[in-house]
Write a new protein. Structure first.
Length: 278
């Protein structure tokens, strides 16, 4: 089976072109290829599929084999692969995901290949039951969450997948490897949650670290950066346009005031291709 390793700001996935390849057990394959010692090494597996409602479709499987609804970094790489490999030359390109059809504007480099893209992430979901989060309020904005490391305040947002955004004074000091899985599996979140710790530098700039549901610590999370942008506005900490600095690079976000959609801009890169046995 042919595969391609790609990343968006360091958020890396193994991609399989299901226009020409067949994957029978995607969950099992995701666990195998994601292993950074015995596999290819990645945050998960993304299948690029034919679609009846869009130019291409995508299915996302985390490193633990669980299926995700949306990935802001992954979808940029799907658009890059589809454009560069001739599956679709639509621009904007429409990609079907488990959280609906998303529109991506691709930016070509000097070599005629996609170098970056802007994703219309859609309108954020803020109602507790729809995120979902088991909380007695209709919205969770700067509300307390108790952990073994102390109490924090979180803002919950869905960008097609659930996010808990926690603003801190020093993001580098956060014990991500212990707090991340603790909050991810908290009973407040019936479908688990992506956890983001965010430090505000200014109203236009933040630094963040992510514990991704089903994958662990990742170098970037596009839907999480989108959620951080929304949370910054809701709590009065940032404006509607920000630059998010993540361990893997920068992402630019804009929460449009007119249509309430979040727009995510960032790079997409192909690393290498190979063949997986069996």
């Amino acid at each position: 089976m042919r595969f391609t390793k790609m990343h968006g700001s360091g958020n890396d996935y193994v991609y399989v072109d299901c226009f020409s390849e067949q994957v029978l057990d995607a969950a099992a394959l995701a666990r195998k290829v994601s292993d950074r010692h015995l596999g290819v090494g990645s945050d998960g597996l993304i299948l690029i599929c034919p679609s009846k409602t869009a130019d291409v479709g995508m299915r996302i499987f985390n490193a633990d084999g669980s299926e995700a609804q949306m990935c802001g970094n992954g979808i940029r790489c799907v658009a890059k692969y589809a454009y560069d490999h001739g599956l679709s030359h639509a621009n904007p390109m429409r990609v079907e995901t488990a959280s609906g059809v998303k529109t991506i504007d691709v930016v070509l480099g000097p070599d005629g290949k996609v170098a970056a893209a802007t994703v219309d992430m859609g309108e954020p979901v803020l109602y507790s039951q729809a995120i979902p989060v088991n909380f007695p309020l209709e919205r969770v904005i700067d509300e307390p969450i108790r952990t073994s490391k102390g109490d924090y305040k979180m803002t919950c947002v869905s960008m097609g997948n659930p996010h808990a955004v926690i603003f801190v004074e020093d993001v580098a000091a956060v014990p991500l490897e212990s707090l991340g899985p603790e909050i991810e599996g908290d009973a407040l979140f019936p479908q688990r949650v992506n956890v983001h710790f965010v430090q505000v530098r200014s109203r236009e700039e933040v630094v963040m670290r992510t514990w991704e549901r089903g994958s662990g610590a990742t170098l970037a999370c596009g839907s999480g950066a989108s959620a951080a942008c929304v949370a910054g506005v809701l709590t009065g900490r940032t404006g509607r346009e920000i630059c998010a600095h993540l361990p893997g690079g920068e992402l630019r976000l804009r929460w449009h005031q007119d249509n309430q959609h979040v727009y995510l801009t960032g790079p997409a890169a192909e690393v290498f291709s190979g063949e997986w046995p069996g």
